[in-house]
Design a protein around this ligand. Structure first.
Ligand code: FES
Length: 127
């Protein structure tokens, strides 16, 4: 299967690779996996005044999962938590023009941002 240029751009030069300090109470993080293929995505966001000011990812996965994660980091930086929570895998799949067989790879990205926001909110409740 061949990937289009949008996917290749993110895959060859992924944006915001890395991770943020999970012990920082301004950071929310997640670790999600796709049981069907075993791919794993670690995602973290840093929040200030309800705005996501930074996002990083580490992925052990296919090209579509890496491209979805890279695009997701670009999309969430600058958004409020509510806006970021609204991002769907369909939105990511459509922006990257993922082939139908690769739609499920973008599900990891949607789960990752939702879980990272949940983690951040849970930290706020506990502190
Ligand atoms: Fe596993 Fe793409 S094949 S996330």
């Amino acid at each position: 299967m061949s990937y289009n240029q949008k996917i290749l751009n993110h895959f060859n030069l992924p944006k915001n690779v890395g991770e943020l300090d999970e012990n920082n109470d301004q950071v929310g993080s997640s670790l999600v996996g796709a049981p069907s293929c075993g791919d794993v995505l670690k995602f973290s966001i840093k929040i200030e005044n309800n705005i996501i000011i930074d996002a990083k990812f580490l992925a052990f996965g296919c090209g579509a999962a890496i491209a979805s994660s890279s695009l997701l980091t670009e999309k969430v930086i600058g958004k409020t938590l509510n806006e970021a929570e609204e991002i769907s895998n369909q939105e990511i799949a459509s922006e990257l023009e993922l082939p139908p067989i690769k739609y499920h790879c973008s599900v990891l990205a949607e789960e990752a941002i939702k879980d990272a926001i949940k983690d951040y909110k849970n930290k706020r409740i506990k502190s």
